[in-house]
Design a binder for this molecule. Structure first.
Ligand code: SF4
Length: 575
């Protein structure tokens, strides 16, 4: 009998292995003199770690993991040792995080967006900077984090990951789980990738780093920026995105930044990036707030492109469309045919921006291209897809004319002119699900919220969709100033009456006092009172005011009453 030559390569590690640890172990292993046809046993219990180490070893090796036990012991493995299998897409080649040196501008989209959808806003920023005279790299860190997270979860058949005593939602990227991304303890689970980003940016030393900032990325962006400020004090930090839409709070939303781009960045970010790359520190720019601004400057918004064809479709050249697939194989492509809202009057809403559109035929052309890339499901990101009916009809006709076979969803306002023929055109184009921001469900609250339609119109819109086989969802807002108990009962009655036409009540929202809403700007006119100094509250909060910090009078409605009304609606619907 010949002797077996056995060598051992060891790395002491506890918990999920970081990419750096995997690399270190692989390097140590690869430094050995390999016998052809060597057998390697990976004594690693995590299947995602084993996969990464195994794929870094020479191709001629035979690699074994604890999966071997299935063959060796088989039935002898106790039932309690097994996990339930489920379908998923892994393993896939998770994109690597690599940052070039010598960059003028580095753009980073940090965790988390909604699902594994393409970063559409980020892609527009990339497009605007790309056209300038700068050396640019853009990285979608979020999609890397998404696939790392779900690779580990799915390859180990873990339904829900647990860290630091916290049981994660099955998919934290689902929109309804957005709140976990504001929890620092939860974000600690992603320290691996956040530290990796910071380390690699510090090594690359770009002149400018731009971050997309929204409620669910704020903590992860802060973590990385903290390191950059310490190690790269000369690097200019720009933030922009959904959290930076309100000029009233832009200067305070992210004090660690040098520049905050307020609202749409298309017309200003390119010139800013070029100036910073040249070493300039411009100030008092339209659409931008910066720490270099002169005191008491008067803020002027960025010029908005009125013909959105000038902006055109987003540019995803920095990424790879194949990466954008959910852990369960679902792929959803976001679209933007128009921006802003044609109505812009709802009193609680903070998305009241001028409506502008692209040529519908060009949007259809873009959709057709994505279908050639394997996308079948699309979501329009518009705040109100019904802002301009002729835009929608032209788009639908062009989708049909091109023979595009796809599913579309959109969020929209009830329209008084949206008749059966209108929704028939949408159905023919492939709209299979529409979410109506009905919001007010009594005649009084529809007026109070300035929704601009009646209950009869709500009923008609939903019935048309139902009759055409379009799945409908509705959103509801309760607790607006002036709402009475009778309104709440009327709303519940109305939802019950419309039950045959409602596929799902998606959200019932107790009113929030959003920065940028009519209620925020005109609290007195709506009998809103504050518990504490209003100016102090306004200077302290950037997205919305805490629920318990305000109430309305005539009738009296505070945080508790809003909650009670929320539960009352649920109770009535349950019955
Ligand atoms: S709630 Fe919808 S329809 Fe109303 S202003 Fe906001 S975006 Fe427009």
């Amino acid at each position: 009998m010949g002797a077996l030559a056995i060598e051992q390569v060891t790395l002491q590690w506890q918990g999920p292995m970081t990419d750096a640890a995997v690399e270190e172990l692989s390097q140590r292993a690869n430094a050995r003199d390999w016998e052809p046809n060597a057998h390697v046993f990976l004594s690693v219990t995590d299947r995602y770690d084993a996969l990464r180490i195994g794929s870094a070893l020479p191709a001629f090796c035979s690699v074994y993991t604890f999966d071997l036990l299935k063959e060796v012991i088989g039935q002898g493995i106790p039932a309690s040792a097994w996990r339930r299998k489920f379908d998923h897409i892994y393993p896939i080649n998770v994109p690597r995080l690599e940052i070039e040196t010598g960059l003028d501008v580095l753009l980073l989209d940090m965790p988390a967006r909604s699902l594994a959808q393409l970063p559409i806003g980020f892609a527009y920023v990339y497009k605007a900077v790309r056209d300038g005279n700068v050396k640019l790299q853009a990285i979608d860190v979020d999609i890397i984090a998404y696939h790392r997270y779900h690779s580990r979860r799915c390859l180990n058949y873990i339904d829900r990951i647990e860290s630091a005593g916290m049981l994660h939602p099955q998919d934290p990227w689902q929109a309804e789980n957005y709140i976990v991304w504001t929890d620092k303890k939860f974000i600690d689970y992603f320290s691996d990738i956040l530290d990796e980003v910071a380390t690699k940016v510090i090594h690359a030393k770009p002149k400018v780093v731009g971050f997309s900032l929204h409620q669910t990325s704020h903590v992860s962006v802060s973590r990385v920026v903290e390191s950059l400020r310490r190690e790269l004090p000369e690097t200019q930090i720009i933030v922009g995105g959904m959290s930076c839409y309100q000029p009233a709070v832009a200067g305070r939303i992210f004090p660690q930044a040098d520049y905050v781009v307020v609202g749409e960045a298309d017309t200003v970010i390119g010139a800013l990036a070029e100036a910073l790359a040249r070493g300039e520190r411009p100030h008092d720019l339209p659409g931008i707030v910066s720490r270099y601004d002169t005191e008491d400057r008067m803020f002027i918004g960025a010029p908005l492109p009125h013909n959105l064809d000038i902006v055109g479709p987003p540019d995803y050249a920095f990424s790879n469309l194949d990466w954008y697939v959910n852990w369960n194989g679902y792929r959803l492509m976001p679209l933007v045919g128009s921006r802003g809202c044609g109505w812009s009057r709802c009193t609680f809403c903070a998305e009241r921006f001028n409506w502008r559109a692209r040529t519908p035929e060009k949007v259809a052309e873009e959709i057709e291209y994505y279908t050639t890339q394997g996308f079948r499901d699309f979501v329009f990101n518009e705040s109100d897809f019904n802002s301009n009916l002729s835009f929608v009809v032209r788009l639908c006709k062009e989708i049909v004319r091109r023979g595009i076979k796809a599913n579309f969803t959109a969020q929209l306002r009830v329209g008084k002119d949206c008749d059966f023929e209108y929704y028939k055109a949408m159905k023919a184009a492939g709209f299979s699900c529409l979410r109506f921001g009905v919001d007010g469900l009594s005649e009084n609250t529809l007026l109070l919220q300035s929704k601009g339609y009646t209950k009869q119109m709500v009923l008609d819109n939903l019935k048309h969709c139902h009759d055409l086989g379009i799945f409908t969802e509705i959103n509801v807002v309760v607790g607006v100033p002036g709402e009475t108990d009778a309104d709440v009962e009327e709303a519940a009655d109305f939802i019950i009456e419309m039950k045959p036409y409602i596929g799902r009540v998606a959200f019932i929202n107790p009113l929030m006092l959003f920065v940028g809403s009519v209620y925020y700007f005109e609290p007195e006119r709506h009998n809103i009172k504050f518990l504490g100094d209003k100016q102090e509250l306004y200077s302290q909060y950037f997205v919305s005011l805490p629920d318990s910090s305000w109430y309305s009078e005539n009738p009296y409605i505070d945080h508790n009453i809003r909650q009670q009304r929320f539960f009352r609606i649920i109770e009535r619907l349950r019955d």
